[in-house]
Design a protein around this ligand. Structure first.
Ligand code: FO1
Length: 318
């Protein structure tokens, strides 16, 4: 019998927060040791192009080419196309830089030629020299819809065009019933080398919930033989980034790391909460709790948090 320890990690991610933790894991794991299962509910068709914001955020972050100020889009971007589009009176509310544009054009070309989104993503990641497997949650189209006081809005209309201004009433994932999980994700979950599953500090409503809602994925996660650890995106009652706390407030939920534990419920073996929330640890029932510094400002922060998450998962395996 092999005495080789399982060493692979499957991370679930939305955009910026999840991508940062994935980047930390990528730094501390051996090549090929990281799989990232990414939300595609934010995907949309814009200016005739297929845009997959969270896949691109993860891809750019792992490749080290992400814009460090925004956390999305590319560093050192030029905006010739956007400026020319705006000058023509075209749609310029969703900012597509020139280099970023090349990715959307290439993705769209490949999808139109019949390649599934998973294969297109694998090829793009290969071109960016990424030695991790970045996977869309499904090859099928799924669109997050936001029910709000301004009506039902497409996700990017709510998020970018309206700056998360409308009050949310709920979320729906159009196309989810007919969607099939990415077969590569199921393969990762069955891999005997898998050591743990990590839910990144992503928005539970619009980044993680769509992944868990893909038919078969939550069940496959529930049947795992390895620990599942989540990192809370709520720190001190606030979202580290993005509108998660505002959404919770509008839905009548008090934003806290304890709520994150309730939200993921039985799926969780461990929850990582921030030092700021140390006092909440005793009140979190169900998962084991690790207190760590979860706010990732630098590459060192990311790698340190990743190392702590891996150590915590190894403890839970014992
Ligand atoms: N977010 C913005 O707030 N404004 C933008 O103009 C914008 C453009 C954009 C272009 C490509 C891309 O991959 C992401 C982009 N994002 C933009 C981020 C994106 O809307 C969100 O971060 C995610 O959908 C939420 O995870």
């Amino acid at each position: 019998m092999s005495d080789r320890r399982p060493s692979k990690i499957l991370a679930l991610s939305g955009g910026v927060g999840g991508a940062k933790l994935a980047c930390g894991l990528y730094a501390v794991l051996p090549p090929g040791g990281l799989g990232v299962l990414v939300n595609t509910g934010d995907d949309f068709s814009h200016l005739g192009l297929s845009i997959s914001p969270d896949l691109d955020t993860v891809m750019y972050t792992l490749a080290g080419v992400v814009n460090p100020e925004t956390g999305w889009g590319r560093a050192g971007e030029s905006w010739t196309f956007m400026d020319a589009t705006a000058a023509l009176g075209g749609d310029a509310w969703f900012r597509l830089g020139d280099k970023d544009l090349a990715v959307h054009v290439e993705r769209t070309r490949r999808l139109r030629a019949g390649e599934p989104l998973g294969a297109v993503t694998a090829e793009l990641c290969h071109r960016f020299g990424i030695a991790a497997e970045v996977m869309p949650m499904s090859d099928d189209a799924i669109a997050t819809l936001v029910d709000s006081d301004a009506g039902t809005l497409a996700f990017q209309d709510y998020f970018v065009r309206r700056g998360c201004e409308p009050r949310v009433r709920g979320f729906r994932f159009q196309g989810i019933e007919a969607a099939r999980p990415n077969p590569r994700a199921l393969a990762w979950l069955e891999d005997p080398d898998l050591a743990a599953i990590v839910i990144g500090p992503s928005n539970p409503f619009v980044s993680v919930a769509p992944i868990l809602a893909v038919p078969g994925l939550r069940d496959a996660l529930a049947q795992r033989r390895v620990p599942l650890v989540a990192v809370s995106p709520i720190v001190g009652g606030q979202a580290i980034k993005g509108p998660a706390a505002k959404m919770m407030d509008e839905l009548g939920i008090r934003p806290s790391a304890a709520w994150v534990a309730e939200q993921y419920g039985d799926l969780l073996d461990g929850l990582v909460i921030d030092e700021t929330d140390r006092d909440l640890a005793a009140g979190i029932h169900g998962p084991r709790v690790l207190v760590a510094q979860t706010v990732m400002r630098t590459a060192t922060d990311r790698a340190r948090l990743a190392g702590e998450v891996l150590g915590f998962a190894a403890e839970l395996r014992r």
